[in-house]
Write a protein of this length. Structure first.
Length: 212
């Protein structure tokens, strides 16, 4: 893992990503195997520290593990999905599962053959301020504060499949409105750290993940 920090002024704004493979007995676990496995991500997120919100657009490439028309992902309950688009740019139907709203199901126009891939684009956002609706009960695994923020993988702040088994090669970049930047890279599910310094009310985050 590499880390670079640039801190300016008396007030600092930090964004830390820990993309790590670990499990907790309190975490909600997938009760059945996924039909699709996420392999690649291209994510852009805007963090508003004043409003304690995140707004994200992420393109995810899924590989079918079985013939299926339903893509099922895990996403923090506080994050409202505005739209899911297919490879052709057309909107797809989706819904939170009533019995466990951390899971989001997307219906594809036609079934995908086993071994084939499909790319979906998710647009979503919402409050990430405390442990309310945390996927790890009573644990704050994501928090966007007035002067800092951290987003941990167990928070499911972007759509996940087969957590915590997936492992990733990661590249992350952050940029603040009035401060420095940082980036990090890691492989095999280790941690990647990134921080930005300075005064500001927001941060732009760009993350790329590839299945290791």
């Amino acid at each position: 893992m590499t880390r670079r920090e640039n801190v300016r002024g008396a007030c600092w704004l930090g964004v830390a990503f820990l993309v790590a493979i670990f499990s907790s007995p309190l975490e909600a676990q997938e009760s059945r195997g996924p039909n699709f496995l996420a392999e690649n991500y291209e994510l852009s997120a805007y963090l508003d520290t004043a409003g304690q919100t995140i707004n994200s657009i992420v393109k995810v490439e899924f590989r079918a593990l079985d013939v299926s028309q339903i893509v099922r992902v895990e996403l923090h309950e506080n994050l409202e999905v505005r739209e899911v688009k297919g490879p052709d740019g057309k909107a797809l139907s989706f819904q939170r599962e009533p019995e466990n709203p951390m899971y989001l199901s997307v219906t594809l126009p036609t079934p995908v053959a086993m071994g084939k891939t499909v790319a979906l684009t998710f647009a979503y956002g919402g409050l990430l301020a405390n442990e309310e609706n945390s996927p790890v009960p009573n644990v704050r695994v994501a928090s966007i504060g007035k002067e800092w923020a951290y987003l941990l993988l167990p928070a499911r702040w972007f759509p996940l499949t087969n957590y915590p088994a997936n492992r990733w090669d990661v590249q992350a970049e952050c940029a603040g409105y009035d401060g420095g930047g940082g980036n990090g890279k890691s492989g095999g599910g280790a941690a990647v750290g990134s921080a930005i310094g300075g005064r500001g009310q927001a941060a732009d985050v760009h993350v790329s993940l590839r299945a290791a």
